[in-house]
Design a protein around this ligand. Structure first.
Ligand code: PEP
Ligand code: MN
Length: 462
């Protein structure tokens, strides 16, 4: 754990908590140890921002969140598969129609590959429309002898290396909300307005450069086309194909923001964090008696927890007791990110212990965060082979134990970037000079993402 402080710098005035103001327990986290929170510069700006966030419309609806919980329950039983992907850190500047649509198209393509290959429904979820806060291993960054606060994501400060930009500005929470709203609006338009219709399966491939995964996708898309034409000539009704469900998720890191967007649902009387459908707790903030676990234990959203290589079976059981005391199907997802070199050795004990306890969680692999290295020319990167190896290890462990490998969590983009090394049309480190765009962790590019989907489809079909 890093930079632990007993309390956030200051608490909002009580008028800022409308909607869920008096719901018991929702503010208990304020008295617990909390890490990775900003030191906001200006109390007035902070108060005004929280007050406004507390009365703005919810970004997602409680009913959608409940549907997602049911979908995730099916995935935990091996009846569906979760595909969760997007940037490590979204930025305000990159929330453009082109970039958002390329990412959504890539996720839809990956989902088609998985659905077709594995003959299983795929739950589509973006690390999108709210992934603006980043945990950091150091509070500061030094460049050429100058030390400034580290970049903590656009919701806290700017990436530009100047004192003005790196100050922690609570007004950015409002911009994060509005950027999330416009991103979600576009996603909803794409996925509800006919663009995601399975009959457009070729369309989503247009505009991407020719490469091996691209060609393989085209051939699969032709098979799907043929199947659709066959069904159409049998008189099938394709209305249902026009719309797909697409869920939003992000790391629930910045508790002031998450708390301010928590609302009491009028149907059920329970609190929902309406900043996203699904929220996860990161590897650095999952300590049992600390603020993040406490706050997330009190909202109805399905919750994920990242589990790194030091996780023990007992840690997992304690997390289940705290976050899913009722053992509710779909409530809890464990996202393992152990590293290719660790997964086969470390994962079995954790899974066995959970299985023996009778609890059912959804197991998802994040093959990115345990495999980060620095390239010889100084970029933060990941080797595609390591990423693939962790995915294979994840499937091997679950197949050997007879448990369910239920999902894939990846940092990816629809753009032709060069951030991870390797792949069928290999990215080398020289390409980083021109095509490395991430402000945080390296992402799979469009082709590497499709390649990954083919690999996982193969593993699921077994
Ligand atoms: C992330 O998902 O970007 C992240 C920081 O992950 P983790 O908490 O697993 O390190
Ligand atoms: Mn990351």
């Amino acid at each position: 754990m890093t930079e632990l402080s007993a309390k956030p710098a200051f608490s909002p005035s009580s008028t800022a908590q409308s909607g869920a103001a008096n719901y018991p327990g929702l503010d208990d986290w304020r008295d617990l140890p909390v890490s990775q929170q900003p030191s906001w510069q200006d109390k007035d700006v902070f108060d005004a921002s929280v007050r406004e966030l507390s009365v703005l419309p919810p970004l997602v609806f409680a009913g959608e969140v409940d549907v997602l919980r049911e979908r995730l329950a099916a995935a935990a039983q091996g009846k569906a598969f979760l595909l969760q992907g997007g940037d490590c850190a979204e930025t305000f500047e990159a929330a453009t129609a082109d970039k958002i649509s390329a990412r959504v198209k890539t996720i839809l393509q990956m989902a088609v590959v998985l659905t077709y290959g594995a003959a299983m429904p795929v739950i589509k979820m973006g690390r999108m429309a709210g992934q603006f806060a980043k945990p950091r291993s150091s509070n500061d960054e030094t460049r050429n002898g100058v030390t400034l606060p580290a970049y903590r994501g656009d919701i806290v400060n700017g990436y530009e290396f100047t004192p003005e930009s790196r100050g922690h500005d609570a007004g950015r929470m409002l911009r994060a909300y509005h950027t999330s709203a416009s991103t979600l609006n576009l996603i909803r338009a794409f996925t509800q307005g006919g663009f995601a219709d399975l009959r457009s399966v070729h369309q989503w491939n247009k505009g991407f450069t020719e490469n091996p995964a691209h060609a393989r996708y085209e051939s699969l898309a032709r098979d799907i086309d043929r199947a659709i034409k066959f069904m159409a000539s049998c008189g099938a009704d394709f209305e249902a194909l026009k719309r797909v469900e697409f869920f939003a998720s992000h790391e629930a890191l910045l508790l002031d923001y998450e708390r301010a967007l928590t609302r009491i649902d009028s149907r059920t009387g329970f609190p929902y964090d309406t900043s996203a459908h699904f929220l996860w707790i990161g590897e650095r903030t999952r300590e049992l008696d600390h603020a993040h676990i406490d706050f997330l234990s009190r909202v109805r959203n399905p919750i994920g927890v990242k589990l790194g290589p030091s996780t023990t079976g007992d840690d997992a059981l304690r997390l289940i007791d705290k976050l899913d005391p009722e053992r509710e199907p779909g409530r809890l997802t464990f996202i393992t990110r152990m590293g290719a070199g660790n997964i086969r050795e470390k994962l079995p004990a954790v899974v066995e212990k959970v299985t023996a306890s009778g609890a059912q969680v959804l197991w998802v692999t994040d093959p990115m965060h345990g495999n980060t290295v620095t390239s010889p020319n100084g970029y933060k990167t990941r080797n595609f082979d390591d990423v693939i190896d962790e995915v294979r290890g994840f499937f091997e462990v679950h197949h050997a134990l007879g448990t369910v490998p239920g999902g894939l969590h990846v940092e990816m983009t629809g753009d032709d970037v060069a951030e991870c090394l390797g792949g069928a049309d290999p990215v080398d480190q020289e390409a980083f000079l021109d095509k490395y765009e991430s402000v945080c962790d390296p992402r799979l590019n469009h082709m590497q993402s499709l390649e990954m989907a083919f690999l996982v489809a193969g593993a699921l079909a077994k």
